[in-house]
Design a protein around this ligand. Structure first.
Ligand SMILES: [Ca+2]
Ligand SMILES: [Ca+2]
Length: 186
């Protein structure tokens, strides 16, 4: 595959001079040992993506989708703060030629929303929140609807909303217009 690199604009007229480089696509292999550490975080926290460049390359480019063209980071170890669960994609890059390997699926990351017992968003926990909690109730080992709203009261992080979660939720009851206490569910 022929890629144009090292292009330089000449003058205001827009002439561009490029140095053609023959990218040895088949000689650049996909990265290995890619991982996310940790692979489960709470929204707002950071994690580290790392991996080993494949043959023919010296660094990695990381993406949030298989067809993305702009990397979220470049390096064998980068720090990211994703807000939603996702799979990262990664490819080997040869810095000197800008040639790359094919894209491959990298680590999967799970991002939990922060706990928030004030489900209607007004900072108190009262009867109005209990009604919303009940709409998330799924029972033991039965998955809730998967919404961010229900995840914010899945206090034991097991993807159901059951009596166990309700126990934590009740600890946060503060009453109408009274702000709930930080970490009240603990
Ligand atoms: Ca409330
Ligand atoms: Ca649960």
């Amino acid at each position: 595959m022929l890629e144009l690199t090292g292009c330089t604009a000449i003058g205001a007229g827009g002439y561009t001079v490029c140095t053609p480089t023959l990218c040895p696509v088949l000689q650049l292999t996909a990265p290995s040992s890619t991982q996310a550490e940790p692979s489960v975080i709470v929204a707002g926290d950071s994690l580290q993506l790392s991996g080993v460049p494949g043959q023919g390359g010296d660094t990695l480019e990381w993406f949030t989708g298989p067809y993305d063209t702009t990397p979220v980071g470049t390096g064998t170890s980068i720090t990211v703060s994703p807000l939603n669960s996702l799979t990262y994609y990664v490819r080997t890059v040869d810095t000197s030629t800008a040639c790359t390997s094919g894209m491959q699926a990298g680590p999967q990351v799970r991002v939990w929303p922060r706990f928030n017992p004030s489900m209607d968003g007004d900072n108190d926990v009262d009867g109005a929140d209990t009604i919303i909690f009940q709409s998330c109730f799924s029972g033991p080992a039965a998955p809730h609807d998967g919404s961010i709203l229900c995840q914010t009261v899945d206090f034991d992080r097991d993807d159901d909303i059951d009596q166990s979660d309700f126990g934590n939720f009740q600890k946060c009851h503060s009453g109408n217009t009274v702000a709930y206490q930080p970490d009240c569910w603990k």
